[in-house]
Design a protein around this ligand. Structure first.
Ligand code: ADP
Ligand code: MG
Length: 610
């Protein structure tokens, strides 16, 4: 007797079930997609034990007639495609006609459904793929599907299910994704009879996100809407403000033609766009809808359909990267406009603890690239050399006066500083500055901000052929141990092309004669020693290696090179302004946040709203 037999539909269904229905969340996904396809405006999902013992999906969609109800449980019964050619144009979610029979083959399955023109609904009971009962029932238009004891008849599959909490987390997360994908559909999700989340039909995506993730996250997002007429691609939705990052990528949600997808292409493009705009190792929350021609994407890669394949990966990547980057850039300009609007030119009164220096290079062009406070710092140094430690400004006293605006009426009343959009309220603990801004309260971390500002400035100067330099009145001698001296010697030419003037004057002895304006002369020796160490660690510094200069710049702004003359009100205001003009203002060069904002709506929320 032949051992080859045609599989009965029931077995085929159970096999397909293994593919389509990997776990309870897949059941929820298939059924919710069907509800959306059926035009539902209200969907309720209920489940118990991570969906293993019970799942119910109820919708108010168009429902099915008695015949359709029976037919939909047949394998490859679908109302959504007729021929393979149609696969190219699939816009609805389901299209294989596999989900319902597959689910019904591995569970105790109840379908109740009623179409608009019918007086009664139809109830069908199936157990492990066998039709048990079909009868009429009374119900409103729509569909209710209950799936109990999933995989009971397939112990091999049941074994692979994770713990209840894990399966629950998957169901909850996926339901949220659907809710985001369809803000105008009312959702309710219940676990063991308790509401996990619910959201009425929302006017827009932001409201939906606020409903699900909270107003706070919603406020941290900016709108994206970019279309490319050439390709017909469109990216819309909401994406994190620069500086807003999360520790997981769970809120980095991408959808293709309204279908939530896992796509490396998309998430990498988004992450790329945030490079340098959020802390390292964090992820921007984003809810991005990519709309493309159906033939540009293959959703048929895997029956579970979370993965997609693009016809032209590179084109999609470039488009998304550019769309998000441009959106962020435009938003940053708003920020700067906010902060800079109605400000007059910065005052040159930044207090200074600079040692004796004589500027050798403020040529007109060069002085442009010298930030004003530094120019200011240099100027008094030229007029009246002050020894470093007896400088007029003691940070402590400044901090106290600054923290008490009343003590400094000169600043508060000067029309020259007429209401900047970022208004300095106070300097706190010598580390922070609190600002009142149109969006909320901003706490600036002075050191991180200062590091960012100086880092970008130094980097910019490294790119100059001859960056501005300052000559020390008395050259500073430094002795190195032989290997370090050797390393420095090898770098000398390059170093001296960058605003330093360091000369050898005897075995292992060097003389620092000038340093770039970004470096305080009193720290020149320490800096050069660190630089030599860095060079030795890295084994050389190539002329055009941006990375090396970046490393040097990073070194230059590290804690030990901190200027402590930045605690005056004007200096802190200038710092904020300089920071906002930076290319990547939200993080220090070491990836730490430079400021943190609590929005006005967040305050509203904390006080219980209205
Ligand atoms: P597919 O979604 O791939 O077409 P399914 O097995 O998921 O296959 O569903 C089969 C058919 O049953 C659908 O094409 C649709 O006509 C009908 N159907 C399923 N769920 C619903 C629902 N909630 N409301 C109305 N019709 C539905
Ligand atoms: Mg379907």
């Amino acid at each position: 007797m032949s051992s080859i037999r045609i599989l009965s539909d029931r077995v085929a269904n159970q096999i397909a079930a293994g593919e389509v229905i990997e776990r309870p969340v897949a059941v929820v996904k298939e059924l919710v997609e069907n509800s959306i396809d059926a035009g539902a405006t209200r969907i309720e999902v209920e489940f118990r034990n991570g969906g293993k013992s019970y799942i119910r999906i109820e919708d108010n969609g168009k429902g099915m007639s008695p015949d359709e109800a029976l037919l939909c449980l047949e394998r490859h019964a679908t109302s959504k495609i007729r021929e393979a050619a149609d696969l190219n144009e699939v816009c609805s979610f389901g299209f294989r006609g596999e989900a319902l029979p597959s689910i019904a083959s591995v569970s105790k399955f109840t379908l109740r459904t009623r179409a608009k023109d019918w007086e009664h609904g139809t109830e069908i009971l199936i157990n492990g793929g066998k039709l048990i009962e079909k009868k009429d029932c009374g119900m409103p238009v729509g569909t209710v599907i209950e799936v109990a004891h999933l995989f009971n008849s397939v112990p091999a599959r049941r074994k692979f299910l994770k713990t209840d909490p894990t399966e629950t987390a998957h169901i909850t997360y996926n339901s949220r994704l659907f809710a985001v994908a369809h803000p105008n559909v009312a959702f309710r999700v219940l676990e063991n009879g308790r509401t996990v989340f619910q959201s009425p039909a929302c006017e827009n995506l932001r409201d939906r996100i606020a409903e699900i993730w909270g107003r706070r996250l919603a406020d941290d997002l900016i709108p994206v809407d970019v279309s490319d007429p050439q390709t017909g691609f469109r990216l819309s939705g909401l994406t994190a403000k620069p500086g807003v990052g999360r520790s997981t990528r769970r809120e980095l949600v991408t959808l293709v033609n309204r279908r939530p997808v896992d796509s490396r292409t998309l998430s990498l493009a988004v992450l790329d766009a945030y490079h340098g705009r959020i802390q390292k190792g964090r992820f921007p929350p984003a809810f991005l809808f990519l709309d493309i021609q159906p033939q540009e994407v293959d959703v048929n890669v895997h029956p579970a359909k979370r993965e997609v394949r693009f016809r032209d990966d590179g084109a999609i990547r470039r488009f998304v990267l550019k769309a998000v980057t441009d959106t962020l850039a435009a938003n940053r300009e708003d920020d700067i406009a906010d902060a800079v609007a109605s400000r007059k030119a910065p005052e040159l009164s930044a207090a200074c603890t600079r040692p004796v220096t004589e500027p050798i290079q403020p040529k007109p062009e060069a002085s442009q690239s010298i930030p004003k406070p530094q120019a200011a710092a240099i100027a008094p140094a030229r007029i009246a050399p002050v020894p470093p430690k007896t400088a007029a400004t003691k940070p402590d006293t400044v901090a106290t006066t600054a923290a008490n605006p009343a003590a400094q009426p000169a600043h508060a009343d000067t029309p020259a500083r007429a209401t900047p959009r970022w208004r300095l309220i106070s300097i706190l603990k010598k580390r922070y500055a609190l600002f009142d801004t149109p969006r909320g309260l901003v706490m600036l971390h002075l050191r991180h901000a200062d590091q960012r500002v100086r880092f970008e400035r130094i980097n910019k100067e490294f790119k100059h052929d001859m960056p501005p330099s300052q000559r020390l009145l008395i050259p500073h001698p430094v002795e190195f141990e032989p290997l370090a001296a050797e390393a420095l010697k090898a770098q000398l030419k390059q170093l001296n092309a960058q605003g330093f003037q360091v000369e050898e004057f005897g075995r292992n002895f060097y003389r620092i004669e000038a340093v770039p304006t970004w470096l305080s002369p009193e720290q020149a020796e320490a800096f050069i020693r660190d630089l030599v160490d860095l060079v030795r660690q890295r084994g050389g510094m190539r002329k055009h290696s941006a990375l090396s200069w970046e490393a040097v710049a990073r070194l230059a702004v590290e804690g030990s090179y901190r200027r402590n003359d930045s605690l005056t009100v004007p200096a802190v205001e200038q710092l904020a302004k300089d920071l906002l003009a930076c290319e990547t203002p939200h993080t220090s060069p070491f990836g730490k946040p430079t400021f943190s904002e609590v929005s006005w709506s967040e305050w509203e929320r904390r006080f219980g709203g209205d």
